[in-house]
Design a protein. Structure first.
Length: 202
């Protein structure tokens, strides 16, 4: 069997993955509703920072890893060496997680921490591939009691979070693609935030 054929066969998966992400990005770049929701979220994040409030991000599994990733970009740096920005990934304290899960319910792992730390003017961003995680729904309901809508970036049909948050809906079924878009969108937000506050450092 020719070597070139073997290389092309082995590379089919990465080519398909890259094409899938590229296609989704092109679709979203022309989606007016997506762009409006993105701008709305960006505006709230900038306002939160200007008012010296905190950005909270949360999610489960791969989305939790994405939440930690994006919080790191804000607290430490994205492309600029600059002062730290106030951001926290809910669920990062393992002692809290095990205590809440054991003594209360896994559904409360983010809610309990938010009850402790949330202040008026903070912004909460939920990352989910389905929009149906009970512990995220608890966060959305908590925010409603504070006369505040949380933000979410969600996939598939949007689930319950679509109607209870300011949702950026990614209408795709593949979990991996949704997670790739979480990071793509998150990096864009981090870049715009840094340019807003620290563009002079470029």
């Amino acid at each position: 069997m020719p070597t070139n054929f073997l290389i092309m066969t082995k590379n089919n998966h990465i080519i398909n993955s890259l094409n899938s992400l590229s296609s989704a990005c092109k679709e979203l770049s022309k989606d007016k509703i997506f762009l409006e929701k993105y701008s709305l979220l960006l505006g709230h994040l900038i306002k939160t920072i200007k008012n010296d409030n905190t950005i909270f991000i949360c999610g489960n599994g791969g989305s939790f890893a994405d939440a930690q990733h994006l919080v790191t970009e804000l607290v430490v740096r994205f492309t600029h060496n600059r002062k730290a920005l106030k951001a926290l990934a809910l669920g990062s304290n393992q002692s809290n997680i095990t205590a809440i899960g054991n003594d209360m319910s896994f559904d409360n792992i983010f809610l309990r921490e938010l009850e402790a730390f949330y202040k008026k003017g903070d912004t909460v961003l939920m990352l989910s591939t389905s929009g149906n995680s009970n512990n995220l729904i608890q966060v959305a309901e908590f925010l409603k009691t504070r006369d505040k809508l949380g933000f979410s970036i969600i996939g598939k049909d949007g689930g319950l979070l679509k109607g209870s948050t300011e949702a950026i809906h990614l209408p795709y079924k593949k979990t991996a693609l949704i997670q790739e878009l979480h990071i793509t969108i998150g990096h864009s937000l981090c870049g715009e935030i840094e340019n807003e506050f620290f563009g002079h450092l470029v």
